[in-house]
Write a protein that binds this ligand. Structure first.
Ligand code: MCN
Length: 777
């Protein structure tokens, strides 16, 4: 009997190789005669470049070439922004190497190519750059002031959007309760395990670019557009990629310049970033100021919500920079029903590293604001925070439900996930302990934080992306080919970099074709092998790419059915498919899918219209986004004497529909929660007033380790999606989106009796202590 693979906690096929060092990180790769590139980066946040003199560097030992931005001005083009969110958005020119002006610390101004990395680094010192300093502007409000220094000639406002649904004025008029809050989403620095790296080579006609990227397919198109090199002459390979979290969803200056250097020199070149170079120049995440107003009735029913965002773009618009805050536009209303909603957002230029996608991208920010405000509403009304949510959320029998912001959620059951989470958490017991500690005046107070989240992922239906003015589609592609020996090769357009697609896709194929799990291999991440693809981000791979695999398997089976019918001289309708074989109903006659694969290979006796080889392609473009949801609960002990916060317990019940691999899902949720807690408690990119990044090392930028995090109690409910045949919903970002507000809500809940109703993230011991000192005084 064959075991159903979908739902099995299979260990990842990928891991044995990855864990035993047999990886192919881009930096491990080499080519005969490989040269190494290092970039000279601006030490100034804002300056005119008077001159760049690379001549002294050119003469140094081992140096093959040195170039300024000017040397590439004619061919380097402008780094792309593929998401112009409004008609009148300002998209400034963004040369990969600065030519006339630098606008953030770390912007490349020159480069050296040498026989090894260290010689290249040493030679950077010999380059003379004359800067004429210009004023920096790091604060968004200051940047919008009329007398602010201008980051770009066109001004510091990139775009402004307002979206209104329902009568907002009426909702707020005479509302018994209005909660009015401002939250700061601090800037974060993505820290993938593998730093960025890129290698480029040419045979004089064609080019190959190896990059630690999440998006080999998008990168290939964009490299062609930016450099003018014909697309069919560019092959992009994403070898093993050690994490990205959105930061490798980018077309970087270094990728473009390595390609151009390979062309200029006719030799292979490679660049690998150092950690501190990465902190400066990997695109940053978050960085929003959120002004949120919520109007409610006295019984806690929400009437209206008004959101006004300032979103820091940094100095330029990169691949999807302006789209990130817009991904939150339809998410602030979350799982709640309301009469009216207004969303406004202004994108602001500052002299800092550009921001762009970082795990959750727009949705963690929105979820944070609404889940924080729901707790404030509960406090204002003296209600339990779970109860206030219950009164407002969409009930399970109301799905499909079209929200005030216009999304149609296909399925969900917030009641079930919340009930399960409350039981696992021991909610009532913890509330009793909290009351007891309050009564006793215990210096260590207990806080309970609730986050009942949903998110839109599975980016996305091409039609909807078009309506949002996104520069590409959201489909995904798969090829499934049965080899002559009955093994299966899957080619996917997704580009996993830690998500375990090789394992998940093998499970899907194993069930669909009735072949053993170990007989399936999955190829990806090379534009010469996977011709079509839209890559991996936005928790889209399973709900789009995984479904494309199913569709391709269906076509393979259909072809096999026709062949089986021909060989067994029956009608295709007389065949039933089970356990990897086509059986003639009511007889013992059958052909296994492996036998059919061989027959299709030999092609000795094919029916009319059936081509040799048992293989097929499919492209899937969904009708809707995917809406996973869940309830996360956090209990935090807050030491009111030291400000120290300790997470005592954390329960997450997620609903991601049908689960392909529970072990992978659990890993995704674990990692996601860790990243969300990191925003709540630890991480922050800090710039000084002159635009210098102060958190350039891991000593300054506090990434939590496993030792800083509690054990998480994880469970699931399963409400299948109705928008795809697998019933699956995305999981890659869920934990990050849900966890940050759960933690901050817990801290604020502990401190509410002291008159504290917010702590700015990250909630470091110093910030908590200062807040307490403030009220004590
Ligand atoms: N899965 C499943 N059942 C479900 C949902 C998902 O078994 N119902 C499995 C999938 O088959 C897949 C994995 O979970 O193996 C993640 O699937 P999905 O939610 O489709 O997300 P993506 O594969 O598209 O991954 C992208 C997502 C994003 S957007 C970020 S950011 C992120 C994340 O994945 N970055 C990661 N997880 C990461 N994990 C690692 N290790 N490294 C990163 O950089």
């Amino acid at each position: 009997m064959t075991v159903q693979e979908v739902g099995q906690p299979r260990r990842r096929k990928e891991d044995a190789r990855l864990l035993t060092g047999r990886t192919q990180w881009t930096d491990n790769l080499t080519r005969p005669g490989l040269l190494h590139v290092m970039f000279l980066r601006s030490p100034m946040a804002h300056a005119r470049i008077a001159s760049v003199d690379v001549s002294a560097a050119r003469g140094l030992p081992g140096v093959v070439a040195a170039f300024s931005g000017q040397d590439f001005a004619a061919e380097q083009g402008s780094l792309p922004c593929a998401w112009p969110v409004t008609e009148d958005i300002v998209i400034p020119d963004h040369p990969p190497m600065a030519v006339d002006e630098v606008r953030y610390v770390g912007e490349a101004v020159a480069c050296v190519v040498a026989t090894d990395r260290y010689r290249a680094a040493d030679a950077l010192d010999a380059i003379e750059v004359e800067y004429e300093p210009l004023p920096a502007v790091v604060d968004m409000n200051q940047a919008l002031a009329p007398d602010s220094p201008k980051v770009h000639e066109a001004g510091n406002k990139a775009f402004n959007v307002t979206i209104t649904s329902g009568d907002v004025e009426a909702a707020f008029r005479d509302a018994p309760v209005v909660i009015d809050r401002t939250y700061v989403q601090q800037r974060l620095i993505p820290s993938a395990m593998e730093p960025r790296a890129v290698m480029a080579d040419t045979d004089g006609e064609s080019f190959t670019v190896w990059s630690s990227t999440q998006i080999p397919h998008v990168l290939r198109v964009m490299l062609a557009v930016v450099t003018g090199i014909p697309e069919h002459r560019i092959r992009v390979i994403a070898p093993d990629v050690g994490g990205g979290f959105g930061s490798k969803l980018q077309v970087t200056a270094e990728e473009v310049l390595c390609l151009l250097l390979a062309r200029r020199l006719g030799k292979p070149v490679k660049w690998t970033e150092s950690r501190s170079e990465g902190n400066l120049t990997v695109h940053h995440g978050r960085d929003q100021i959120q002004h949120v107003r919520l109007a409610a009735d006295a019984d806690g029913r929400i009437r209206g919500l008004q959101v006004d965002l300032l979103a820091d773009m940094g100095a330029y618009l990169m691949l999807v920079t302006p789209g990130i805050p817009m991904l939150g536009a339809q998410m602030f209303n979350a799982i709640y029903k309301m009469d009216a909603y207004q969303f406004g957002c202004t994108g602001v230029f500052t002299t800092k590293m550009p921001t762009d996608a970082y795990r959750g991208a727009g949705r963690p920010e929105a979820t944070f604001a609404i889940e924080r405000v729901m707790d404030e509403l509960a406090a204002e009304l003296g209600m339990d925070p779970v109860e206030v949510r219950r009164r407002n959320w969409i009930k399970h029998e109301e799905f499909p439900y079209t929200t005030i912001s216009g999304l149609t959620y296909d399925s969900g059951n917030y009641e079930a996930a919340t009930e399960k989470a409350l039981a696992l958490f021991g909610y009532d017991k913890l509330r009793a302990e909290q009351a007891d500690r309050r009564d006793r005046g215990d210096p260590v107070q207990l806080g309970i934080g609730v986050s009942t989240f949903t998110e839109m992922c599975g980016l996305a239906p091409s039609r909807m992306l078009g309506e949002a003015n996104y520069g590409a589609g959201g489909w995904e592609h798969a090829s499934v080919r049965m080899l002559p020996t009955g093994k299966v090769e899957v080619i996917t357009g997704t580009s996993p970099h830690g998500q375990g697609h090789v394992t998940s896709w093998s499970q899907i194929v194993s069930d669909a074709l009735g072949v053993p799990f170990d007989d399936v291999t999955v190829l990806h991440g090379d534009t010469a092998i996977a011709h079509k693809g839209m890559d991996t981000y936005g928790s889209r791979s399973l709900v789009i790419g995984g479904v494309a695999v199913v569709k391709a398997c269906d076509k393979v089976k259909e072809k096999a059915r026709r062949l089986a019918a021909h060989l067994m001289e029956c009608s295709p309708d007389d065949l039933e498919f089970a356990a990897g074989a086509f059986k003639v109903r009511g007889t013992e006659q059958q052909r296994t899918i492996q036998e059919l694969a061989y027959a299709a290979f030999t092609a000795h006796d094919l029916p009319e219209g059936v081509e040799a080889r048992l293989d097929s392609d499919a492209t899937f473009d969904p009708d809707n986004y995917s809406f996973p949801h869940g309830t996360h609960l956090c209990a935090a002990e807050v030491d009111t004497e030291t400000g120290m916060v300790k997470i005592r317990s954390y329960v997450a019940v997620d609903d991601v529909g049908t689960v392909i691999n529970p072990l992978i899902v659990e890993g995704q949720v674990q990692g996601g929660i860790a990243q969300g807690i990191a925003q709540a408690l630890f991480e922050e990119a800090v710039y000084d007033a002159d635009g210098n990044l102060l958190t350039t090392t891991m000593a300054d930028y506090l990434l939590p380790s496993a030792a800083d995090l509690p054990n998480f109690t994880l469970d699931r409910t399963q409400t299948p999606a109705t928008s795809n045949p697998l019933g699956v919903k995305g999981v890659g970002e869920a934990g990050t989106i849900a966890s940050t507000p759960a933690v901050v809500n817990a801290i604020v809940d502990a401190l509410r009796p002291y008159g504290i109703h917010d702590i700015r993230m990250p909630c470091t011991p110093e910030r908590v202590w200062r807040a307490l000192e403030g009220v004590r005084r």
